[in-house]
Design a protein around this ligand. Structure first.
Ligand code: KIV
Ligand code: NA
Length: 259
């Protein structure tokens, strides 16, 4: 089989073949997702909320992320694996970003990192990492590490905001990012960005005109108690797990297991 490379993602944009991205947080989930042929597996810092029970993504440490990313990578043979750089593991300085991204690549074996934002400071960081050979995925629009400033509201609704996000997409492309996550922005803005840049856009709550889509796997599987409005829930694993567990409890109490 063919492993997924960054060059392949760029080809798929040119061919208008939609890129599929899902998040993962451990070995078992990563292995199952990889066997389906999903293109990119993202060790998203949303795992702070979906797997670790935090209110936001902010409390996740780099060390905790390394632990999850290494487990995910061990489950993946085909997909490209990308790991989020946690809050305050890259914003302090370019040196800090190099050290953190370097640890992610060396200690987990994943192929790329993702960081949030697109102003000139972040674009500079992306450029520094890219030039030393570390592939970077960008993430603009709703950036959850800025939740205390932005909230979880849709971004880019006013013409000024839309123009700023459009400029951020150009900045990050110029800086050498290999793809961009567009989160919770109007469809027309996502379409305009997708047309304007040479690298793939991966949408989440950004309409159907992006080069690919990403979902938080815990939402897709119905593991989360509450999902954002733009998520699609494909199955209800909470119910499946509850039913299996109740059957086990009943069997043990009724001396039906073990036989
Ligand atoms: O952490 C995450 O799951 C993400 C995706 C929503 C893109 O960043
Ligand atoms: Na994230």
């Amino acid at each position: 089989f063919m492993v997924v490379t960054i060059a392949q993602l760029l080809n798929w944009k040119t061919q208008q073949r939609s890129i599929t991205v899902l998040t993962a947080w451990d070995y078992a989930i990563a292995q199952i997702l990889d066997e389906t042929g999903v293109d990119v597996i993202l060790v998203g810092d949303s795992l702070a909320m979906t797997a670790l029970g935090h209110e936001t993504t902010l409390p996740l440490s780099l060390d905790a992320m390394l632990h999850h990313a290494a487990a995910v990578k061990r489950g993946v043979k085909r997909a490209l694996v990308v790991c989020d750089l946690p809050f305050l593991s890259y914003q302090e300085s370019d040196q800090q970003a190099i050290r953190s991204a370097g640890r992610v690549l060396r200690e987990t074996g994943v192929q790329a990192v993702k960081l949030e934002g697109g102003n000139s400071t972040i674009a500079q960081t992306v450029s520094v990492l890219t030039r030393i050979g570390i592939p970077v995925m960008g993430h603009i629009g709703l950036t959850p590490q800025s939740v205390h400033r932005l909230g979880y509201r849709q971004q880019g609704k006013t013409p000024e905001e839309a123009e700023r996000i459009y400029q951020e997409a150009l900045n990050l492309t110029q800086a050498g990012a290999f793809a961009l996550i567009l989160e919770h922005i109007p469809n027309e803005l996502a379409a305009k960005i997708t047309d304007a840049i040479s690298i793939p856009t991966i949408g989440i709550g950004a309409g159907n005109n992006c080069d690919g889509q990403v979902l938080v796997t815990a939402d897709l599987l119905g593991l989360t108690a509450k999902q954002p409005p733009f998520a699609k829930v494909y199955t209800n694993l909470r119910e499946v797990i509850k039913e299996a567990t109740e059957n086990y409890i009943e069997d043990v109490k009724g001396k039906q297991f073990p036989k």
